[in-house]
Write a protein that binds this ligand. Structure first.
Ligand code: NAD
Ligand code: DGY
Length: 332
């Protein structure tokens, strides 16, 4: 009997240039079309690719919306995303078409937590300003009042989204002497709370008034879009620093910039943006903002591991099994 769930030699379209080892393995295992030029595909190119493949391997820069999914060819059955966040893929439309979506959780947790911790330290300690001063040649030497920032140790860190990355940030933050507060859809098991010495706040608004640094780690979804807007920024005390290395859309960028300009927010550390790669020019004028170009997970090691996860998901699916990192609608 033929197993109709199997797809022995799937045609796989990869939208961006992935690490060489990943590309070589994909080509060895599957009928793979690689985008070796590494320019983001246009919408028309994506539509053409989706018309004639079994598996699409997109990344965060590819918006796979309901119209593209509706127009996809019958043979498209798996979208194996290269990355953890899947907010750029319409999960509901994919499910309606019977297309499985997978992501790559876990392998970029530590790298993204490292980058978040770097921002948590950099903003209150004015690292970017200090670096700029040295490079400018304007530095006049040490002085008691030069480049004063705010101490990290002893402060309260509020983590919104206490999943893999949120917990990895909590572990690092404990080592820096921060106390840990968190808000999450679900409370963590008591044993994990105890290990992290983390205090759960079922009410986000209540937590916002009790912290000194706020860091965002939820996926971008219908519930988390603009989770931190003008109303919630008003609940923060004015010395609070806001860190976002998750997705730009979780924070209302306009409201955040207004608050930074008005001194109602002390500073921000941002790795992600609402309209990447566009940066609101008002932010560029603010010295108390540390900005990085969506590089939270950007390590050689992490990219290779991400590629391996993508391959494992495709292989399992092609062999007729449920892929290990299937994203369920309503979960992400
Ligand atoms: N900057 C980067 O380069 C980079 C790298 C990796 C991941 N990310 C982002 O980080 C996100 C989180 O990754 P993860 O691996 O920790 O995911 P995860 O699924 O392990 O954790 C997410 C947590 O957020 C919680 N959550 C979801 N919606 C919520 C809401 N509305 N309110 C409160 N809590 C909510 C979930 O319950 C879960 O505990 C990814 O979805 C991605 O967008 C960014
Ligand atoms: O979510 C992730 O894995 C990174 O932000 C890149 O997509």
């Amino acid at each position: 009997m033929v197993d109709t769930r199997r797809c022995p030699n799937p045609r796989v379209v990869v939208t961006r240039e992935l690490p060489n080892a990943t590309m070589d393995r994909l080509e060895a295992l599957f009928d793979t079309v690689n985008n070796r030029g590494d320019l983001a595909m246009s919408r028309d190119q994506l539509a053409a690719a989706m018309a004639d493949c079994d598996v699409l391997v997109p990344s965060v820069v590819d918006t796979i919306d309901a119209d593209l999914i509706a127009a996809a060819g019958e043979r498209l059955k798996l979208i194996a995303n290269f990355g953890a966040g899947v907010n750029h893929i319409d999960l509901r439309a994919a499910r309606a078409r019977g297309i499985i979506v997978t992501n790559t959780p876990g392998v970029l947790t530590e790298d993204t937590a490292d980058m978040t911790m770097a921002l948590i330290v950099s903003v209150p300690r004015r690292l970017a300003e200090g670096e700029k001063l040295v490079r400018s040649g304007e530095w006049k030497g040490w002085s008691p009042g030069g480049m004063l920032g705010h101490r990290i140790g002893g402060k309260a860190l509020g983590i919104v989204g206490m999943g893999r990355i949120g917990q990895a940030v909590a572990r690092r933050a404990r080592a820096f002497g921060l106390s840990i507060h968190y808000h999450n859809r679900h409370r963590l098991p008591k044993v994990v709370e105890a290990e992290l010495q983390a205090q759960w706040h079922p009410n986000l608004d209540e937590m916002l008034g009790a912290i000194d640094i706020l860091t965002m780690h939820t996926p971008l979804n219908a519930d988390s879009a603009n989770l931190i807007g003008a109303d919630r920024i008003a609940l923060l005390r004015p010395h609070v620093h806001l860190i976002n290395a998750s997705r730009g859309g979780i924070v209302d960028e306009e409201a955040m910039i207004d608050a930074l300009e008005a001194g109602r927010l002390a500073g921000a550390g941002l790795d992600v943006w609402t309209h990447e790669p566009a940066i609101d020019p008002r932010l560029l004028a603010l010295p108390n903002v540390v900005m990085t170009p969506h590089m939270g997970s950007a390590t050689f090691e992490g990219r290779l591991a991400t590629g391996e996860k993508v391959i494992a998901n495709i292989r399992m699916w092609a062999d007729g099994h449920r892929p290990p990192d299937q994203v369920l609608e309503g979960w992400a």
